[in-house]
Design a protein around this ligand. Sequence first.
Ligand SMILES: [Zn+2]
Ligand SMILES: [Zn+2]
Length: 445
Amino acid sequence: MGQALSCGANQENGLFSAVQLGDLETVEALLEVDPSLLHESTVYDRQSALHIAAANGWIEILSMFLERSVDPDMVNRHKQTPLMLAAMHGKISCVKRLLEVGANILKFDSLHGRTCLHYASYYGHSDCLQAILSAAQSSSVAVSWGYARFVNIRDGKGATPLHLAACQRRPECVHILLDNGALACASTGGYGSLGSTPLHLAARGGSLDCIRQLLAWGADRLQRDASGRIPYVVALKRKHGACAALLNPSSAEPLVWPSPLKFISELNQEAKALLEHALMEANREREKNILKGAAYLLPSPSHSDVTADDNISEASDSELCCICFEQVCTIEVQDCGHQMCAQCTLALCCHNKPNPTTSCLTPPVCPFCRSTIARLVVAKIKEPNDPDHEVDLSSSNLKKPRKSWNISSEESSSFKSLSTIGSFGKMGGRGSGRIAMENEWIDKP
Ligand SMILES: [Zn+2]
Ligand SMILES: [Zn+2]
């Protein structure tokens, strides 16, 4: 009997080490001899062979196990599922396979009370994060729990996936989570009580990119944590100078993504990417001034080196935005078909200070025809020799408007006022930009 036991232990070890090494042939041979090995677990951590395959990303072995109808939700000593381990180690194919067979995304481990969504966010695996979110949208979780609630799910200490991504300096995950409805102002203390916000944790981690994202999605620089500190104080204490400069409540307000607007939430991916890029660029312009003033140097991000001037040199005159005369028209308003650049579109929609109770009340109107904007799409590039699109750029005023627009004198004064606002980047530094436009476009009879 002693012999049989030691033999079983050897086979068990044999299976686990074969899985660890990704040795499919040996794994198959061992299971041929004793299929029940699949339900064994390691002595100390209580890991199953499925856990080991998932953590190491051996998709063929994992698939073979799942075909033998192993429970995809079996847990180890810390109540971690194979899905959590795959998400922790960024094994995207295993994550996808486990989701396909219906692995439970609402399991909590016993270490910190975290879900697979927390794991993907904490370890910064944005592909796994995206896969889990997609699965959540189509699974029963969305029905029973509500998708928004799942995105903002809390661990044992009250941290949402957004908190963890911000703390661990994972800007890509921060972006995906915000884009999927994560609450930028969530407090680890729960509703109504003091705790840390994602902005506090980003300040602690010192990630400028995370801070940019959070600010652009309306995170509040004045919210206090349990010790009464605002994120600015946290960044100062950790000696993250550039982060502190952005978080300083006396520095200029960033532009905030107008997420409460209906047509913004209905944007297609292409138009959304254009507008988001324009927003981040505008905030970077504003940021440069803040950091210059604070005498901090930013590592220059390679992708933001494209300036408005570069765009101009590439654009033929006919495609230039009739509001700013600086950028190419990339966004079209539906159904009227009027076009403007992404910067000017955002200038129309952005709220410097988001107010969730009022920001939805006045949807912006098309600056050309004043119809309420129902939808924004990416503008189609026009034929350069189309006579309809000749615009005189020799003067700063709009001398020769597009023939089809029929701009009245009153409306052209609106154009002028917007032209004087100049580039969107400059406008970003001025808190009154939106108010000025509202007076021109909305309040006037
Ligand atoms: Zn423009
Ligand atoms: Zn229009």
